[in-house]
Design a protein around this ligand. Sequence first.
Ligand SMILES: Nc1nc2c(c(=O)[nH]1)N[C@@H](CN(C=O)c1ccc(C(=O)N[C@@H](CCC(=O)O)C(=O)O)cc1)CN2
Ligand SMILES: [Mg+2]
Length: 306
Amino acid sequence: MSTTTPETPLTTSIDGKACAERVLDEVADDVARLADEGIIPGLAVILVGEDPASQVYVRNKIRKAEAVGIRSLEYRFDDTLPQAELLALIARLNDDPEVNGILVQLPLPANIDEASVIQAILPAKDVDGFHRQNAGGLWQGLPSLAPCTPTGCLRLLRETCGELAGKHAVVIGRSNIVGKPMAALLLDADCTVSLLHSKSRDAAALCRQADIIVAAVGRPGMVDANWLKPGAVVIDVGINRIESETGGERRTRLVGDVDFAAASQVASAITPVPGGVGPMTIAYLMQNTVTATRLQRHQASAAEPA
Ligand SMILES: Nc1nc2c(c(=O)[nH]1)N[C@@H](CN(C=O)c1ccc(C(=O)N[C@@H](CCC(=O)O)C(=O)O)cc1)CN2
Ligand SMILES: [Mg+2]
């Protein structure tokens, strides 16, 4: 007997925390295999400034690294750090054979040019996948390090939808960190991909054609139920902190780019915020650190004289 009422969502809430734990278990197995060969991956995490959210993310990255057996090195600076000193640190880490992955937490303070810092990281150690060599490699299907958030979204989609080939995926937002690499990964999975942005005309009508929607714009609740085709799968990358009032008390809470309650009435599956995409980002950072370690080993052995 069904207990479903018309108001009850038929939607699956995609559990990003559980999926991230599965990814971390896989990474821990990979790290154990490397340890058998005497290799311990090393990850350097750099935080400049006092942004509270960034401090939480960096702390979690260090914790997860320790949990899977990756050696972590933490570098924290206040926002007066000159760009030249940051570039000098990156140059030292590039040359350090004990360091396999380098990550500079974003956003950086206004006096530091983000692009210069990202391009200073050795592509083989760029575990964020933001360097132009990795970004280009992703579009050309070459071995490269792909950004963690879209890679995590792809894993959630594969586990939710199974085969992705032929599905129409609409990505909303064209950032270098999420939107563009997400489009590349979905294309590589044989989806038909539409990449929408602030100048796109009638975004709602385009979204209503989609089997899959990935929202990554940073606008709270922008994607409404009437943007969705019934049964669509929705991945919400937005992490927006908004103020709300409960019992006369002002608090902040996290919401996504999708109106979760409304979308749950129409979508077949949707990621919550928090607990959806966020944990996947950190899990795939660990996976990328292992991938980078292997990549560097292959590069080193290829460079050895025959
Ligand atoms: N160098 C990088 N900087 C930034 C990245 C990145 O991938 N590399 N992404 C974001 C921040 N980020 C990781 O760095 C990140 C964001 C959110 C989460 C997460 O787990 N979110 C939780 C909620 C946490 C909270 O309460 O605030 C969730 O969604 O469940 C992890 C990592 C920008 N900078
Ligand atoms: Mg972001």
